[in-house]
Design a protein. Sequence first.
Length: 377
Amino acid sequence: MTKTPRIAVLGAGYTGLTIANLLARRTAADVTLVNDRPDFVERMRNHQVAAGRTVRRRPLRDLVSGTGVRLVVDRVTRLDPAARHVELAGAAEPLGYDLLVYALGSHADLDAVPGAAEHACAVAGVEQAQRLRDRLRTAGTVAVVGAGPTGLETAAELAETHPGHTVRLISGGTLGRELTEPGRDHLRRVLDRLGVQVWENTAVAKVDAGGVLLEDGRHLSAEAVAWTAGFTVPALAGQAGLAVDEHGRMLVDATLRSASHPEVYGIGDAAAARTRDGHVLRMGCGPGSLAGACAFHAITARMAGRDPQPLRVKDDTLCIGLGAWDGILQSTGLDGVPHGKPLTGRPVALIKRAVLRVTGRYNPRHPGIGVIAARQG
């Protein structure tokens, strides 16, 4: 590395923004943060945006002010790991680096089913969530495709915020399969109370202007379709020759360093982070934050000539908000199998609010708390 190392962080989501601020504050490196939009997006609030709730705009320049981070608002078009360059859509010259942190996240897989890209709104993207919000001003029926945590939160939020609308939730498998039986029972009671119509073990074959066509030939009418069924990652890592898995996620070791390029680290949804025991962390803000903290410790340890500690995570937790005053907190293994009795109801809603406040408001300006909480080894 050069005397003053140059670190480029790609992506200013929860993990990218946090690690950029930490590296700028706690190392002597020149840190450049690249993001394709000028504002920080609280992705975990997108279902609230879709329901019409106001989410405060947070300019990235305010969140990196005083940290030493150089912010570049531009779109990454190509990586050149041999030359250690990042090419940007709006820049004549590439951005050079000595160390790269790849945190470009994920987006909804709208190409998985014909018609989804044309007729559905993906809750994963804030612009799409706003588009869904606008459609709901005139739509009386909305179909939510996908019943994972995002789909459950979206269906509950829409039903609670728009009690006069018909909300149809379509699950490709058993409803609440991420939960133990008490959690599934609570989920069904909440959705029934909110008036959400549920289709289980039902696959969508096509989305059209009038709703969704199911694989069994039935057509469910809907004036708006919210898409939460599956995510995909940018193809940039694979296109650049970095080692990726079958889903395009960067392959990294237990310190979040690329399996093929040691000067590159991958964190968040775009990387397949493995613990020392070989488990791959799921996509999500919680696992991504743990991986980001581990990567920060690994980078600073190697800069200081020390051996870094590997990622150590024993279990996982799902915190699913079901409207303003209900929810489910479920412990799971890293294999996704739920265990134990979940916490439900108003206490979970309060926990969810605290999580959103910390990740969206406190951590971007004060990232050290997340590193302390997720300290490895």
